[in-house]
Design a protein around this ligand. Structure first.
Ligand SMILES: O=P(O)(O)OC[C@H]1O[C@H](O)[C@H](O)[C@@H](O)[C@@H]1O
Length: 302
C-alpha cells in the first residue's frame, strides 16, 4: 500500500442505524454501532465477502440478519451452555439467543484513518452495574487494511469472581452456491452435531453442505478456507484465541422459519463462527481479560 492509497472512515446511517464506513483503496467495510456489528466487507466490482440478507431490517433493537453479529456473553440458547455460563441467571430458558450484546448500543472509543496503513474503529460495551452479568465488559476493534478485515473481541471480567462466558463472531459469508462449496481445515476435528441430538462425531474430509448443517467444531486449525468454485475464489477465515467454530447453513426448511431471510437465500451464504463455546467456553479470573481475533480475506484464483 502506498501513502496515496485512499483511506477514510466516516460516520453515516444505514436504515435507522448509526454506522461507520471504513474505506481502504477499493475495499470497504460497514459497521453498525448497535451490536458493534460488521454489516459488510468486500471490494468494489466483486461479490461481497461478508453476506448481508436482502431482507435485513436495520432498526434499533433488532439484530441484523447477516454481517458479523457479536454473540456475547453467551452463544446460542443460554440453557444449552455449560452450567457455569448460566449460573446465577434466574430464567436462563427465556434468555435471548446469542446474548444481549448484539442488540445493545455500543460506544465509539476510536475512529481513525491511518495514512498509508488502515482504517480502524473501536467500540465498547460497558459492564452492567448489577444483575447476572455484572462487571463483564467488551470491546471490539475493527481494522481494515490491505491484508483484509481484522476483528478483535476483548472480554474483561471486572468483577471479583471468576466468570465463564461463551461467545462468537458469527460471520456470514457470501458464496456462489453453497452446494458447490467445501470448507477445508476441519479434517479429523471433533464436532457436536446439534441436529443429531448433540452427539459427538469426527469430521471426515472437507465439509460439504448437502443439507442443513449446524455443528460446533473443536478446531485444531486456526485457519479455515471456503473453497468456492462457483465464484472462483477462496475465503480465508483465520482465528486466534479461539478453539471452536460453529458451521451453519439453514438449508430449505429452516430458511422458511428464519427472520429477515428470503426463502432461497440459504444457497448464497454460510456461517463460520469464530467461537469460544461448550468445552471451549472462556473462563475469566477476576480482573482478567481475553482477546479473540478473526482475520478474513479473499484469495482470488485466476
Ligand atoms: O436466528 P439467530 O438467533 O440469529 O441464529 C442463527 C443461527 O446461529 C447459529 O449458527 C446457531 O448455531 C443456529 O442454530 C442459529 O439458527
Amino acid at each position: 500500500m502506498t501513502q496515496e492509497t485512499r483511506i477514510d472512515i466516516t460516520r453515516t446511517r444505514r436504515g435507522e442505524l448509526d454506522c461507520w464506513r471504513l474505506r481502504v483503496g477499493d475495499t470497504e467495510a460497514w459497521v453498525a454501532e448497535q451490536g458493534a456489528q460488521v454489516l459488510g466487507f468486500g471490494r468494489d466490482g466483486r461479490q461481497p465477502v461478508v453476506w448481508l440478507s436482502d431482507a435485513a431490517v436495520l432498526e434499533p433493537g433488532k439484530s441484523v440478519r447477516g454481517g458479523i453479529p457479536v454473540c456475547w456473553p453467551w452463544f446460542g440458547e443460554l440453557a444449552r451452555n455449560p452450567a457455569a455460563v448460566h449460573a446465577g441467571v434466574p430464567d436462563a430458558a427465556h434468555a435471548p439467543a446469542h446474548g444481549h450484546a448484539r442488540t445493545r448500543a455500543w460506544q465509539v472509543q476510536d475512529a481513525q484513518a491511518l495514512a498509508g496503513e488502515a482504517a480502524v474503529l473501536t467500540l465498547a460495551l460497558a459492564a452492567d452495574d448489577d444483575g447476572p452479568w455484572q462487571g463483564l465488559s467488551a470491546r471490539l476493534d475493527v481494522r481494515l487494511d490491505a491484508a483484509g478485515l481484522r476483528v478483535a473481541l476483548h472480554s474483561r471480567n471486572g468483577s471479583g469472581q471468576p466468570r465463564t462466558i461463551s461467545q462468537a463472531l458469527h460471520t456470514y459469508l457470501q458464496v456462489g452456491d453453497v452446494r458447490d462449496v467445501r470448507v477445508l481445515g476441519l479434517e479429523d476435528a471433533r464436532y457436536l452435531d446439534t441436529l443429531a441430538g448433540w452427539v459427538e462425531k469426527r469430521q471426515e474430509g472437507p465439509l460439504h453442505f448437502d443439507g442443513e448443517v449446524d455443528r460446533i467444531y473443536y478446531t485444531g486449525s486456526p485457519c479455515l478456507v471456503v473453497d468456492d468454485t462457483g465464484l472462483g475464489r477462496r475465503l480465508v477465515v483465520e482465528s486466534e484465541g479461539s478453539g471452536s467454530a460453529v458451521l451453519w447453513n439453514p438449508h430449505i426448511d429452516k430458511a422458511r422459519r428464519l427472520s429477515q431471510f428470503s426463502p432461497d437465500a440459504w444457497q448464497q451464504m454460510l456461517c463460520i463462527e469464530t467461537a469460544r463455546v461448550m468445552d471451549d467456553a472462556l473462563v475469566l479470573a477476576p480482573g482478567a481479560a481475553h482477546e479473540m481475533v478473526l482475520r478474513l480475506w479473499e484469495d482470488v484464483r485466476l
